[in-house]
Ligand binder design. Structure first.
Ligand code: PGA
Length: 259
């Protein structure tokens, strides 16, 4: 199985989101084996996009949630509200929210807890900045994020959680790490998950890669068995790019099947 998460960020309004959702469904048509595809439009488009993807193979994801169910939290959206709209997945801990909104590991832990309490599947992002990488601290950074976020979190099923390794320096920059680096980090992430979620088999938790994924580099990540999928930002709002990424996924899945 491979998972493709399309994070549309704040790039599209309602009309464009509906068109992209329709285009995504078309891009999946006629495939022998389907990847798991989760599209994450902005909040304002969730309801309309749900009408397009309901009863399809595509899952609906949100880009964020708040850590309380309801109350006086101006401008926030709760996990319970998301489930009302047919949302099944939620991205948590994205580096853009850490950077621009000041989200801390503690806030992210509360969001993860809230998402799980509402039966939402969590896509939790981790990754180091350029300066952390330069000083060789990437593992320590990712370890700290995982340990802080999952301290005390109870996970009932490995299927509820995906980790997206997204080096901050690779997001939206056109720069990507070597596939070998991603593989080594994925293995490291699984070793930390074994410690922080001892009741889970960390090998079963999906670990994805994200950061400047495009049609022309998707295959190099996807063909690795230990990379469970991709979190795609900029390229996911360009239908031709998204289609190329889905083509690459199908190629890998078809090859795996015929082995
Ligand atoms: P990008 O974004 O694909 O545009 O680099 C990835 C992400 O932020 O999830």
């Amino acid at each position: 199985m491979k998972t493709i998460i399309a994070n549309w960020k704040m790039n599209v309004g309602v009309r464009e989101s509906v068109a992209l959702a329709r285009g995504t469904l078309l891009a999946l048509r006629g495939r022998r084996i389907l990847p798991e595809v989760v599209i994450c439009p902005p909040f304002i488009a969730l309801s309309e996009v749900h009408k397009v993807v309901a009863r399809s193979v595509v899952f609906l994801g949100a880009q964020n949630l708040f850590w309380e169910d309801h109350g006086a939290y101006t401008g926030e959206i709760s996990g319970r509200m998301l489930t009302e709209l047919g949302v099944s997945h939620v991205i948590v801990g994205h580096s853009e929210r850490r950077e621009y909104l000041g989200e801390t590991d503690e806030m992210i832990r509360n969001k993860v807890t809230q998402a799980l309490a509402n039966q939402l599947n969590v896509i939790m992002c981790v990754g180091e900045t350029a300066s952390e990488r330069k000083s060789g601290e990437q593992r320590e950074r990712v370890r700290t994020q995982l340990v802080h976020v999952f301290a005390g979190v109870r996970l009932k099923s490995h299927e509820r959680l995906m980790i997206a390794y997204e080096p901050v320096w690779a997001i939206g920059t056109g720069e990507i790490p070597e596939v070998a680096e991603v593989l080594a980090m994925n293995e490291y992430i699984r070793s930390i998950l074994t410690d922080v979620l001892p009741e889970m088999d960390a090998n079963k938790i999906r670990v994805l890669y994200g950061g400047s994924v495009e049609g022309n580099n998707a295959y190099s990540f996807l063909r690795e068995q230990k990379i469970d999928g991709l979190l795609v930002g900029g390229a996911s709002v360009k239908l031709n790019q998204l289609k190329e990424i889905i083509d690459a996924t199908s190629e890998v899945l078809d090859a795996q099947k015929s082995l």
